[in-house]
Design a binder for this molecule. Sequence first.
Ligand SMILES: Cc1cc2nc3c(=O)[nH]c(=O)nc-3n(C[C@H](O)[C@H](O)[C@H](O)COP(=O)(O)OP(=O)(O)OC[C@H]3O[C@@H](n4cnc5c(N)ncnc54)[C@H](O)[C@@H]3O)c2cc1C
Ligand SMILES: *[C@@H]1O[C@H](CO)[C@@H](O)[C@H](O)[C@H]1NC(C)=O
Length: 513
Amino acid sequence: MKGQLSKTQNPLVFWTLISCLSLSYIAVSVQALDHQGNEFSGAPRKLAGTTTLAQCLAVGGARTAFPGTTAYTNARSVFNLANQYAPAAFVFPTTVVQVQNALQCSKQFGIGIVPRGGGHSYEDYSLGGRNGVLVVDMTGFTSISYNEAAQTATIGSGWRLGPLYLALWNLGKVTIPAGDCPTVGVAGISLGGGWGFTSRKFGVVSDNILEAQVVIANGTLVTANAQQNSDLYFALRGAGATSFGIVTQFTFRVHDVSGPITRFDYSWTNKAQQFQAFKAFQIWGVNAVPEISASFYMDPFGNSNIEGVYLGPQTSLPPLIKTFVANIPTPASSDTVQTDWITLVVHNAGFPDGSNPTTVLSNPTPPTRTFKAKSIYVNPPGLSDAGINAMINAMRQDSNDNAYFIFDLYGATSNINKVATSATAFVHRTSLFSIQMVAYWNQNVGQKNADLTFISNYWNAVCPFATAEAYQNYIDNAEPLSAYFGSNLNTLTRIKLKWDPKNVFNFPQGIPM
Ligand SMILES: Cc1cc2nc3c(=O)[nH]c(=O)nc-3n(C[C@H](O)[C@H](O)[C@H](O)COP(=O)(O)OP(=O)(O)OC[C@H]3O[C@@H](n4cnc5c(N)ncnc54)[C@H](O)[C@@H]3O)c2cc1C
Ligand SMILES: *[C@@H]1O[C@H](CO)[C@@H](O)[C@H](O)[C@H]1NC(C)=O
């Protein structure tokens, strides 16, 4: 399959491993690789009279899509077109029994199985991460109920963020602290953590999972929460993508966002200002109040900006960003607007201001791109001056400028970092920010190799100034699992062994046993 980057094929990527991460990390990585593509099951009972996968899935009665059909071609379109894996089939269940049927059929025919939410996996793991897998598309799971007294919402796992924000707003002017892209699936983002524009106040999305219903490897539907199956509950909150089962339903703690919300934006277009603007972001970010979530953006063209969301009225904002404003170079433009939550969601999703929320958020069309991304976490107080210079210099080596870099603020003053690293599988609790690095070539396949090298070089340049951690929701097949799960990895492998001893739910970066 073209387009796959692997450690053995790409010496640059291998070099990054040995130069930046300790030897124990490499050992864990190799162990992970050993567990790829394992057996799927023992000798499962055959569904009576079914001799083909299609017949077996027909017993469940869910819609399917097989190769050679338009439905299959459409279903293969996911956010990242870089790895066009060819699944054995897609199945679109709407009931738990149909999910269980799909699992049974994958065992009967000896093929892999992966669930899919919004289809935004950076490595296309919801297409299997290899060819020939049965993809269980969960987008038909869109039940929702809201418990006002408890401030919880119980939702099917197939929601995308835009429709979910709209539904939660309409039910009770509440939300979960997820990101701004309306087509991202709630399942993928929350099972891997989930940083969003209210996360510094309300935690990562996974911190808000109170309960999940999961079809586990033996086909049983189980409940995972703090009391029941608490080990599985631990694993799902940060390491839940694929490895432990198919989540059919979540109960989230939700948060009141009925009050005034203020967004702010400062932009620069001059390359010479990038260093100072970024430095101001770090200095301010160390002490930023949790009511403000913000991210910084930078690209090789010379653009930089900060986008912030403050859970409060505009009149209260100035003292809270004073340190930032005092240290920035003169912006090309800036904007501060008091708004309400759903108007903000529409704005941050990139729709024109004034759009009708119901019209634009109800059923947004998933975009596509062809790209490679990597990530790394940086601890307080941020990058040293030498680190910022190394980073900016690496950014400027891009040959076609189709790259961008996003710095999502965490920090000791945020509620993200107040949760212990061992409390859930989401381990990243000490950093000041994550860096997401993206190079995209889209149709220009001739650019691809240069982009892969460029993004690796950028990562290498930042690495000496950063941590060994990376963000699992920006999943990158060059990272060892220790970067994603750190000190929780051993616990996770024990939980995996208990719940999925035959590695039914495996993918190239799945939790090993
Ligand atoms: C445009 C864009 C914007 C983004 N913005 C943000 C952001 O603001 N903040 C942030 O934190 N992240 C962000 N991300 C990253 C995003 O969180 C991850 O890509 C996430 O995995 C996407 O979830 P999904 O359901 O759309 O993807 P999918 O590809 O459907 O799933 C991702 C992984 O989860 C597994 N999975 C899906 N459904 C289930 C299920 N029901 N049970 C068990 N496993 C399941 C899949 O098998 C796969 O391994 C963004 C990504 C994109 C492409
Ligand atoms: C499936 O596994 C769960 C959890 O270990 C167990 O409680 C249940 O009895 C198992 N069911 C079957 C059918 O093996």
